[in-house]
Design a protein around this ligand. Structure first.
Ligand code: FES
Ligand code: FES
Length: 163
C-alpha cells in the first residue's frame, strides 16, 4: 500500500492542557483548535471563522492568548495550554465568568469562551485601563450579538475588583 493510500501520516504528540498531559496522534497540519475539539473533546473553544478573524477560538499558551485556529498543535508540545474548561478553581467559576453572567454579557454565547479568555488576559496584560483600551485590545474578539457594552462592563468589574 502506498503512503497516499494510507492517508496523511500522523505522529504522536503530547500536549499539556489545563495541567494534564494528553497523548494524541495528529497530522502535522492539525490546528490546536482541532486537536482540542476533535481529539481531546474539549469543545469549549469555538470554531467561528477558522481563519483568525473572529477570536472565538482564543486560548492561552504559556499564559498568553493565542488564536487556536492559527496555531499548529505540534508547536505547543512542551508548553502549557489553557482552555475555557481550565479556568475554574476548585470547581468555582472564574470571577470573569461570574461577571459575564451578572452583566448579561452574551446572548447566543458562541463567542463567549473566547471573549472570556481574552478578557482575563487583557487585565493580566495591563491593557484594560480605559474603555478605549478595552475596546481596542478586545477588538480581535467579534460578537455577532453585539454584547460589547456588557462585555466591557464585566471586564471593568473584574479589573476594579483586582485593584
Ligand atoms: Fe479562530 Fe475565528 S475560529 S479566529
Ligand atoms: Fe452571540 Fe457574542 S453572544 S456572538
Amino acid at each position: 500500500m502506498s503512503s497516499s493510500e494510507r492517508g496523511p501520516s500522523r505522529a504522536p504528540v503530547t500536549l499539556r492542557v489545563n495541567g494534564s498531559l494528553r497523548d494524541v496522534d495528529l497530522e502535522p497540519r492539525t490546528s490546536l483548535l482541532d486537536a482540542l475539539r476533535e481529539h481531546l473533546q474539549l469543545t469549549g473553544s469555538k470554531k467561528g471563522c477558522d481563519q483568525g478573524t473572529c477570536g472565538a477560538c482564543t486560548v492561552w499558551v504559556d499564559g498568553r492568548r493565542v488564536l487556536a485556529c492559527l496555531t499548529l498543535a505540534v508547536t505547543c508540545e512542551g508548553h502549557d495550554v489553557t482552555t475555557i474548561e481550565g479556568i475554574c478553581a476548585d470547581g468555582e467559576p472564574h470571577p470573569m465568568q461570574h461577571a459575564f453572567v451578572e452583566h448579561d454579557a452574551f446572548q447566543c454565547g458562541y463567542c463567549t469562551p473566547g471573549q472570556i479568555m481574552s478578557a482575563i488576559a487583557l487585565i493580566e496584560e495591563g491593557n484594560a485601563t480605559t474603555d478605549e483600551d478595552i475596546a481596542e485590545f478586545m477588538s480581535g474578539n467579534i460578537c455577532r450579538c453585539a454584547a460589547y457594552p456588557n462585555i466591557r462592563a464585566a471586564i471593568r468589574e473584574v479589573r476594579d475588583a483586582a485593584n
